[in-house]
Every structure is written in C-alpha cells, then in structure tokens.
Ligand binder design. Structure first.
Ligand code: ADP
Ligand code: G6P
Length: 473
C-alpha cells in the first residue's frame, strides 16, 4: 500500500505520544515528555501534516495512525539502537557536550554508526510521505545528519531544522570525534533555527573554523556552494490556551486546595523539571536546605514542592542524579520536618496539564535554576499561570533569561548568591513583584508559540534570499 503524502512533514526523535504497554498487555498512548512536544503539539493542532518519530519502545514499529488530525509515522528502534543511537550518541555524547559538559561526554565509535543509520532511516521515512516540493521541519540534536541525507534523495524539498537545546561554543564542540560530519549534515538544510543568538553564532563559528566555510552575517556557504541561514528563533508556549486554563474557576479552586492540603504555608516554592542534571535541582535543594539551617526560612511556614518527571532512567548519570536528589530531599526533611510539616514535597511523576496549571497558580516563587538550558518552557508557563504577585527566580544560563529580564536572575553555581536571590524574591514588596510579573507577561505574550512557528516557517520559505528576522536577544 502506498502511503499518503503531505505538504508539511515534521520529524523529531519522538512522536508527540509515547507508547506504553499496560499490565493486561493492551497498548496505551501518553503524551511524550519535554518541551519539544509541548510546543509542537500546540503548533500542529489543526494542520494537515505528517509527524515522523520514535514511539518510545524497542521493537517493530506500529503501523502509521492518525491522532488529532495528524498522520503519525512511527520509526522502529531495536534494543541495540535504543542503546547506541538514543541513549548512547544522542544522550550520552551530544546532550552533555551541548550542555557545557556538566557531566563528561562519552565517545564511542559504534554509537556514531548507529546514529548515522537512524538518521538515514528518518530521512527515508520523510521522503516517503513528503509531497513534491513539500516543507520539512526537522527537530533537535538527535537528527543533525538528516538534512543532508534527505537532500541527497529529495532535492526538491524545502528543509528546515530547529535546535531545541543550546549549540556549544566551538572550543567544546571541537571535542566531538567526526565533528565535521554533523556540521555538513546540518548544512543540507535551507534554514537552521536556534534558541538564542549565541547558539546560532556558535554554529556559524564552528562552520567557519572547522569546515573553512565562508560566513557572512547569518549566512554560511555550504561545501556544495548553497547558502544556508542560521539564526535565532526563540521558542515559546501557547499563552492563550494556558492562560485560559490557569484563570478558570476550577484551576483557581484547585490552587487553593493544593495550598490548603499543605497546611497553607506562608511561602510556597516550586520546582518543575525533567529529572535531568542540566536542571540544577541539586544546587536548588542545597540552597534551600542551607536557608532552613541558617534560620532564614522557617520549616514550619515554608514548603518547596519539587516535581520531577522521570527521564532517560537507564543512563548512569541520570541514575546517579536521582540518588543524589533523593538523598538531599531525605536529609532536608530528616533535619527539619515535624508532624504535619514537610519542608520538601518531592513528587517523581508527571501530572496532567490542568493540575500543572493549578500548581503554578498556587506557588509564590518558582525556582527555575538550570545550569544550562536551551530555553526552558517551565519559566514561561509559570509566568503565564502565576498570581500577579508571584515571583520567578531564573538562571542566567536558561535561554528564557534573554526574554524574561525582570525575573530574579541568578547564577545557580553560586549557592550563596542563589540563596540571596531566593530570599530577595520572597522578601520583595508585593508591588515590586507585580511590576516584574507584568513586564515578564508582556515579554511572553509578545512571542507565543504560534508566533515562533510562523517566524520559523517564514524564515524557511524565505531562505536564503531575505535576511533572518533575528530577534534582538
Ligand atoms: P525540557 O524540554 O528540557 O524538559 P522545558 O522546560 O523546556 O524542559 O519543557 C518541559 C515541559 O514538560 C514543560 O511543558 C513542562 O510543563 C512539562 N513538564 C515538566 N515536568 C512535568 C511534570 N512532572 N508533569 C507534567 N508536565 C511536566
Ligand atoms: C528535551 C529535548 C527533546 C526530548 C525531551 C525529552 O526537551 O530537547 O528532544 O524529546 O527533552 O527527552 P527524551 O529523551 O525522553 O525524548
């Protein structure tokens, strides 16, 4: 049977839904984790398009199926490919390397060949469903070879790629064995989008230094002579939808209940993250523990709710991190808890959107303190859902800091300053917090996820003739 073809094709390592086999053997599909899916799910709703991606488990892929009007094409990964392409090269080589080597990157030759094979499989699958002259939107670090592999078989396509994570400075990128092949892979695209200007500049500099490619403004001349634009298009969230949810009577009522269930604390601090070492959860807990020990925060009147979605659990660095976090939570509660008073409420699971909106609306101060993050959508979600006098403590190392300039900005590596920033946010007069929140809301509203998608697609259509609409961030 021949497959239907589409004028718009999305490819990301994951489908928007994740396959899970229930205890009775039946198949269930749940929303996939992470910011990529949060953003793209909103953007793609109602568009006629195909989405190519992995279903999240090893074995033969399920048949293509329709979901929310989209045609989903599952890519199969064998157990070996999960180990080598997904866990290995994508998440134990590229992920740490692109996040400032917070944990060391591991280099293994067999991971590279698996990555190449899988990228070819994605390119073939895209080619199968792309109509003549179709627009193809590729996503993230797992698919950096796809642009050139796809162009080789389908030169008629318009190919764009967006990087959801940081692109490292050339001095770090250079460590990667076979680094040129990734740059050449990306230069198969017509347009390359990055979260912030520094990422795009890092990519262009890597092309200049490592491929000796001519660079003029935001345009790189590829080895085959094509001109490829690399520019910033910062990602965002569906502000209108989330705001509506957050201000509904049910959500506001639930927010009240959440506070009440915790004994109506004076100060409710909040952390929401995938359980990932880039998120700075350990540093955050250290700062909070010390504030309690110093007597700056009262354990009877303060709660830190830390929500952590399980992630990449078979990788050593993630297992170690989980142990460290659970030990830190145990230590803080052991030192400071009392009957009815638990200073850290730690929940290692995912919540539905409605509950997330209520948790955001319940909090006084969100602690978004990644050591490195491409953007961080949690920061933007909090600003959209929070009370007018709530405060955001935000790491300078999150892409979002470029837009949310009135957050309480901090360097999470500096625990003393992190403590000061947290207390400054708690102690600030309500009026000051309101002013800051208003300004941050304006920033998020000015660039919501639909604006982001339009900007990306417009840049892709215009490439390379028109200059990039590089936002001033
Ligand atoms: P990343 O993509 O690295 O995970 P982001 O902050 O950009 O980080 O995006 C995370 C997304 O996942 C957000 O939309 C956030 O609401 C969602 N999320 C994070 N933790 C949870 C959780 N425990 N339950 C439900 N959604 C979550
Ligand atoms: C980040 C990455 C995504 C990834 C997500 C979840 O948001 O940018 O590409 O899908 O994390 O990680 P996982 O490894 O579970 O897909």
């Amino acid at each position: 049977m021949t497959s239907p073809t589409f004028d718009l094709v999305i490819a990301a390592n994951r489908l928007p839904v994740d396959k899970e086999v229930a205890e009775d053997g039946s198949i269930e599909w749940h929303r996939s984790p992470g910011g990529l899916v949060t953003a793209m799910e909103s953007v793609m709703r109602g568009r006629e398009a195909a989405w190519i991606g992995w279903s999240g488990d090893a074995g033969d892929p399920p048949e293509p199926f329709e979901e929310n009007g989209m045609y989903l094409v599952p890519i199969g990964l064998s157990e070996d490919e999960v180990t080598n392409y997904y866990e290995g090269y994508s998440n134990d080589t590229l992920w740490p390397l692109y996040h400032d080597v917070i944990v060391p990157a591991t280099f293994r030759r067999r991971w590279r060949s698996s990555y190449e094979r899988l990228n070819q499989r994605f390119a073939d699958a895209v080619s199968e469903v792309a109509a003549p002259g179709a627009t193809v939107w590729l996503h993230d670090y797992q698919l950096q070879r796809v642009p050139s592999l796809l162009r080789a078989i389908r030169p008629d396509l318009r190919i764009g790629w967006f990087n959801h994570i940081p692109f490292p400075p050339v001095e770090i990128f250079m460590q990667l064995p076979g680094r040129e092949t990734l740059l050449e892979g990306l230069l198969g695209a017509d347009f390359l989008g990055f979260q912030v200007r520094a990422d795009a500049a890092n990519f262009r500099e890597a092309c200049r230094r490592l491929l000796r490619a001519p660079v003029k403004g935001d345009v790189v001349t590829a080895p085959d002579g094509r001109r490829v634009r690399a520019a910033a298009v910062p990602i965002s969230i569906d502000v209108e939808e989330l705001r509506e949810l957050a201000t509904s009577p049910e959500t506001l009522q639930r927010a009240k209940e959440i506070r009440a269930e915790m004994g109506d604390p004076e100060v409710l601090l909040l952390g929401v993250d995938r359980l990932d070492y880039t998120k700075g959860i350990r540093h955050r807990l250290k700062a909070y523990g010390e504030l309690l020990a110093d007597g700056r925060l009262d354990p009877r009147k303060t709660r830190l709710v830390q929500i952590a979605t399980p992630s990449r659990e078979r990788l050593q660095a993630y297992r170690v991190l989980r142990g460290q976090i659970e030990q830190a939570v145990g230590r803080i509660n052991g030192d400071h808890a009392d009957f009815g008073d638990t200073p850290v409420v730690y929940m290692r699971r995912s919540f539905p959107k409605e509950e997330m909106a209520a948790i955001y609306a319940a909090a006084d101060v969100a602690l978004v303190t990644p050591l490195r993050d491409g953007m961080n959508l949690v920061a933007k979600e909090f600003v959209t859902c929070a009370r007018d006098d709530a405060a955001l403590v935000l790491s300078e190392f999150a892409g979002a800091a470029g837009e949310l300039k009135r957050a309480y900005l901090c360097n999470p590596h500096d625990v003393d300053r992190l403590k000061q920033t947290i207390t400054a946010a708690i102690d600030a007069p309500a009026d000051e917090r309101r002013k800051r929140m208003r300004s941050m809301r304006r920033a998020v509203l000015a660039n919501d996820v639909h604006h982001w998608a339009e900007a990306f697609l417009a840049s892709l259509q215009a490439a390379p003739e028109l200059p990039a609409e590089e936002s001033a961030r």
